[in-house]
Design a protein around this ligand. Structure first.
Ligand code: AMP
Ligand code: MG
Length: 334
């Protein structure tokens, strides 16, 4: 299949790309679109045949449900007329943005989207391109990350091309994803609400709106409720190691005793930065959770492209702002 790749960096190009995306989505096709979290592989969420193509292209197991993307309150209320009380407050605080709410299914969303479950995950993305496409389509979009199943999520159009060129008719380049890791998934069908997947909207921010601290879903429950949350997930081909060091000499010592081959080991550091000598390379990511999240998957993609065997990540602080990043790092290192 010929894959058209369209840029969006002038108003005319943006407009043309919206028209092309809407054309393909209306015809039941699957296309890759930018969002602020990671790039999405989108289809009409109300068309079971189109959604089936997402699963087929990704090689995604049928028991792993998809997030439904909306771009207005009217669209949300049409899909789910009975909303739990928290939705209004949370949406006012965090939408559009990287928060996914798990809500009771209404029967309007096909079972293939929810993997046959009684709940549906919904998000209102902030990326202007995604919003324009959803509004012009007039229907919500089911969109998991635009990668093959079990690979790292794409945060720019090149990452998408590497996986999906030739498999879909259109990839839209909307620049680097500004959040860089997947959305926070919050289950509102339980009390208190439960975080199924941590993200950049962290427990503290949610608590300030909910008036109570959300639960952290225990891993074994989360696997049943949210099958995307398998222990080893979001991982590059290289082996990820989470290490702490306060001096370069202690890192060097750790490298020696670990038996890792330094020449194929990349270091991702944010605070104590080693010299590059003898290593595959050193990536410096700012000691700032938002900047770190934005850069992380790109670093992993680059490591895989260069054939790096081991990635040693300097452990970030154990604070709420870093919880989403720590979750991805732990899963990758599992
Ligand atoms: P992805 O779009 O690849 O980041 O995956 C979407 C993730 O959202 C899934 O792996 C689940 O963790 C979560 N999710 C989607 N729908 C539901 C749902 N109905 N209940 C719980 N979690 C869900
Ligand atoms: Mg994914």
């Amino acid at each position: 299949m010929n894959t058209e790749i369209l840029s969006t960096h002038t108003p005319a190009m943006f407009r043309e790309a919206v028209v092309r995306a809407v054309h393909w989505l209306r015809s039941g096709a699957v296309v890759a679109l930018p969002t602020e979290t990671v790039y999405g592989l989108a289809a009409n969420a109300l068309d079971p045949a189109a959604v089936a193509r997402i699963y087929q292209i990704k090689g995604r197991p049928a028991h792993n449900p998809l997030i439904v993307h909306v771009a207005s309150h009217a669209m949300l209320e049409e899909l789910l007329p009975q909303l739990p009380p928290w939705v209004e407050k949370l949406s006012r605080a965090f939408w559009p943005g990287p928060l996914t709410m798990v809500l009771p299914q209404s029967g309007k969303i096909p079972g293939i989207v929810t993997a046959g479950g009684h709940t549906v995950a919904v998000r209102w993305p902030s990326h202007p391109f995604m919003q324009a496409v959803i509004l012009e389509c007039g229907f919500p979009l089911a969109a998991p990350s635009a990668n093959l199943s079990n690979q790292i999520s794409p945060t720019n159009a090149d990452h998408v091309c590497a996986h999906l060129k030739g498999l879909i008719p259109l990839i839209v380049d909307g620049g680097q994803s500004q959040v860089g890791i997947e959305s926070t998934v919050l289950d509102l069908t339980v009390s208190p609400p439960a975080i199924l997947r941590p993200g950049m909207i962290h427990a503290g921010s949610l608590a300030s709106v909910l008036g109570q601290v959300p639960q952290m879903e225990k891993a074994h429950n989360a696997i049943l409720k949210s099958p995307g949350q398998l222990t080893r997930h979001y991982s590059p081909k290289a082996k990820v190691h989470l290490w702490s060091w306060t001096r370069e000499s202690s890192l060097q010592q750790k490298l020696l005793t670990s038996g890792l081959d330094s020449s194929t080991t990349q270091i991702l550091a944010h605070t104590c930065i080693p010299l590059e000598a003898g290593l595959a390379g050193v990536s410096v990511i700012p000691h700032d959770a938002e900047a770190f999240a934005r850069a992380l998957y790109s670093e992993w993609h680059q490591c895989d492209a260069r054939g790096v065997r081991n990635i040693v990540v300097e452990t970030p602080p154990d604070t709420p702002e870093w919880a989403g990043i720590m979750d991805r790092l732990r899963r990758a290192a599992a």
